[in-house]
Design a protein around this ligand. Structure first.
Ligand code: SF4
Ligand code: ZN
Length: 330
């Protein structure tokens, strides 16, 4: 039976490291339970499983209790990340009075990060946002057609450009998320789309976080994945994106893949996944392409995969297709 979740409890919190002021620092992450992303009511994005993390009827009082829990775990980490599985600047998720209390509670820390859809980023909503804030924008792709049809994002790249430019004009930080390999893309298309999108995002971003698609439960992408019509990207593809961007964009390029090494997440052959993910993490801090030097025999298989997909003209999971084919013949 599914555990009943209390609206006054934080969904989760943990400690990790990230960058603030050019240094690697400790960070506290808190995931708040809110009324959820407004876009989920319109069907949501094709890869997003956040509808699971939000509840209805979360009151101001509930949110303040969640803040108290976060503060009881807070140990003066310089960086605090506040995720709501939606938009922190949406009044229906986090009312302005609660936002003000959160800003007050963390006013001493070097950096606060939260996420928002662009429609909530306005002169009015930013009026009380303090200077230590970075807003994370889920651009995913700079291709309007990809956003509309493959991601079902409900906004355009130009909406993100407007929001990012406004944030920069107010002196606030911008971290832009890109999605590596949206549905219906071959591996090669995914690499090219991420590189193009990063160049677009560079004009208004301090950081560009490349998020390889991780297949979440209950999503449209999960249906494609289950029937073999989607393979999560290779870690080699993520490394290739980093190599192509290295030294050619001003923003820090980074990635902290969720589900890395598992079949639902970004993965290679299994043998080299840890080494390749460690390389991705190192590069995310140093920006030094020498940190991406990892070798494994499966790199040749990945190259062949890129070729075969292009020849066959399909984004289907060729590995699994082959396994199924062999199983049928046995
Ligand atoms: S990806 Fe973001 S905008 Fe899309 S449904 Fe999920 S929380 Fe909402
Ligand atoms: Zn390998």
């Amino acid at each position: 039976m599914k555990e009943k979740r209390s609206p006054s409890q934080l969904e989760a919190s943990w400690k990790e490291t990230d960058m603030a002021g050019g240094q690697k620092v400790d960070a506290m992450v808190m995931i708040m339970r809110t009324n959820g992303c407004c876009w989920v009511r319109e069907g949501g994005c094709t890869m997003c499983g956040y509808r699971e993390a939000s509840l209805g009827g979360v009151t101001e009082d509930d949110l303040l209790k969640q803040l108290d829990q976060a503060l009881s775990r807070y140990r003066d980490e310089p960086f605090v990340k506040i995720y709501t599985s939606g938009s922190f600047l949406d009044d229906n998720e986090v009312p302005p009075s609660v936002r003000a209390k959160i800003f007050e509670a963390f006013k001493g820390c070097q950096r606060i990060l939260f996420e928002s859809r662009p429609e909530f980023i306005t002169d009015e909503s930013l009026a009380d946002v303090p200077a230590n804030v970075t807003v994370a924008l889920g651009l995913e792709s700079s291709d309007p057609q990809v956003l509309e049809t493959a991601v079902h994002k409900g906004f355009t790249p130009d909406d993100i450009l407007r929001a990012g430019t406004l944030l920069k004009s107010k002196g606030l930080g911008v971290r832009t998320y890109l999605l590596l390999k949206t549905p219906f893309m071959t591996e090669r298309m995914a690499i090219e789309d991420a590189v193009r999108s990063a160049r677009f995002a560079d004009q208004f971003s301090d950081e560009i976080s490349v998020n390889p698609l991780n297949v979440q439960r209950g999503t449209y992408v999960e249906r494609l994945w289950k029937r073999g019509d989607f393979r999560s990207p290779w870690i080699w593809s993520l490394i290739e994106v980093f190599r192509r961007l290295s030294g050619t964009v001003d923003a820090r390029v980074m990635s902290s893949p969720s589900g890395g090494g598992a079949s639902r997440g970004v993965h290679n052959c299994g043998e080299c996944d840890k080494a390749a993910l460690d390389a991705v993490e190192r590069f995310s801090y140093t920006q030094d392409p020498a940190d991406l030097d990892v070798k494994c025999e499966c790199q040749a298989k990945w190259r062949a995969y890129l070729e075969s997909e292009a020849i066959l003209g399909t984004p289907a999971d060729l590995d699994r297709g082959l396994e199924n084919d062999l199983a049928l013949r046995m």
